[in-house]
Design a protein around this ligand. Structure first.
Ligand SMILES: [Ca+2]
Ligand SMILES: [Ca+2]
Ligand SMILES: [Ca+2]
Ligand SMILES: [Ca+2]
Length: 382
């Protein structure tokens, strides 16, 4: 019975030595890490953040608020559904359809890199820091869980930084040429291989070439399409569930695309006039992107329906508005919509969303977003 204390004593001594040794080793290790710049830190001059071993991190990564992280929720099985953000085909959901959630109203604030998502009936507003000044928001569904991932493309470095909605982790993809080399690439995320996940892709004006990493294989490829003066607007014009390479040639008011289902089929479609704004989307709900433009001077939409090839006109919006067509009522048909930015930076005035629902339910007019914000409607929550 007298052994117990001494064993305990020996144990504490051993423990003390072990702890001291551990602390010493830790301090030395810490010193080595610190002197080599291997510890996570933020450069106070540039604001550049680095992680362990000097790995470059996204500017906003350290400021992600745990409370603002969107909570994971079960993915609702969807029917074949073409999901767009702006004109970009984000994903194609397939089979076992029960519900189609409407697009969320959301803006990205360039001055702070913050995303603001307007809550719905059963959901709260979401504020999320992801990105920094100079970045481009590239909302898309890279992990294929049916929800849009907060994502940015950093033109200066050619890096993509993606926050996965499925498990709330992030990763970077170096795919794109930094601007200083031959000008900035256009990020054009879309589902080029039709696996339901958006693919990292850029279009390079200097060589008018598309560079894609298909999510299904991970093996990058490139294809020349367009000319340097064009602007890329991928869409699924042949309706095979895969995005087609497409550009808008402003001088000729023409869309030029190559079918993904048959690369010798090309489409040269004139719609509108030069300086109209491309506004691609599936407005007749046949699963094929319709060629469409919006004319700022008159606020008129010109939509060439893929089902009939008729061009319809709709008056909606005015000069200075942004086109933000998307599916806001969840009927799988793209709705005509504009965002009217506030005209005054001093007064705290909201930008106004003007949404004309395809399903016939009353128009939606909602204030959300401030001066200089960028509207980024997509499916952030389910
Ligand atoms: Ca996702
Ligand atoms: Ca894909
Ligand atoms: Ca296609
Ligand atoms: Ca269509």
């Amino acid at each position: 019975m007298s052994l117990k204390p001494s064993i305990a004593g020996a144990r504490s001594t051993t423990l003390l030595y072990s702890l001291s040794a551990f602390a010493l080793v830790s301090l030395i290790t810490l010193g080595i890490f610190a002197s080599n710049g291997w510890l996570p830190k933020t450069d106070p001059n540039t604001g550049k953040k680095t992680g362990w071993f000097g790995k470059e991190l996204l500017g906003g990564s350290a400021s992600v608020l745990a409370t603002s992280v969107p909570l994971p929720s079960p993915t609702i099985p969807l029917s074949k559904e073409y999901i767009y953000a702006g004109s970009r085909l984000l994903a194609v959901e397939d089979s076992n359809a029960t519900a189609v959630p409407p697009a969320d109203l959301a803006v990205w604030r360039p001055s702070t890199g913050t995303w603001y998502v307007l809550g719905g009936q059963a959901t709260q507003n979401v504020t999320f820091n992801w990105g920094m000044p100079g970045d481009k928001p590239v909302p898309a569904d890279f992990d294929g869980d049916g929800r849009t991932d907060f994502s940015i493309y950093r033109p200066d470095t050619g890096y993509w930084w993606i926050w996965r909605s499925s498990d709330s982790t992030f990763y970077g993809v170096n795919f794109g040429e930094p601007c200083y080399q031959r000008g900035c690439d256009y990020p054009v995320p879309a589902d080029f291989d039709g696996d339901g996940r958006s693919d990292n892709a850029v279009w390079r004006p200097s060589d008018a070439t598309w560079y894609v990493i298909p999510s299904s294989t991970g093996t990058a490829y490139s294809a020349q399409w367009g000319t340097s003066a064009d602007v890329p607007f991928p869409g699924d014009f042949d309706g095979d569930g895969r995005a087609d390479f497409a550009v808008w040639r402003n001088s000729e008011a023409k869309f030029l695309s190559v079918d993904s289902s048959n690369s010798v089929n090309t489409r040269l479609v004139s719609v509108g006039l030069p300086n109209d704004k491309p506004a691609l989307g599936d407005y007749d709900g046949d699963g094929k992107t319709d060629h469409a433009v919006w004319r700022p001077s008159t606020g008129t939409w010109y939509i060439r329906k893929s089902s009939t090839l008729d061009t319809i006109q709709i008056s909606w919006g005015q000069a200075g508005d942004f086109v933000i067509q998307n599916d806001y009522d969840g009927d799988s048909v793209c709705d005509v919509a504009v965002w009217r930015p506030p005209t005054n930076a001093e007064v705290k005035e909201y930008g106004v969303w003007w949404i004309k629902h395809s399903s016939g339910i009353p128009d939606r007019i909602v204030g959300w977003g401030l001066f200089n914000d960028i509207p980024v409607p997509a499916f952030y929550r389910r």
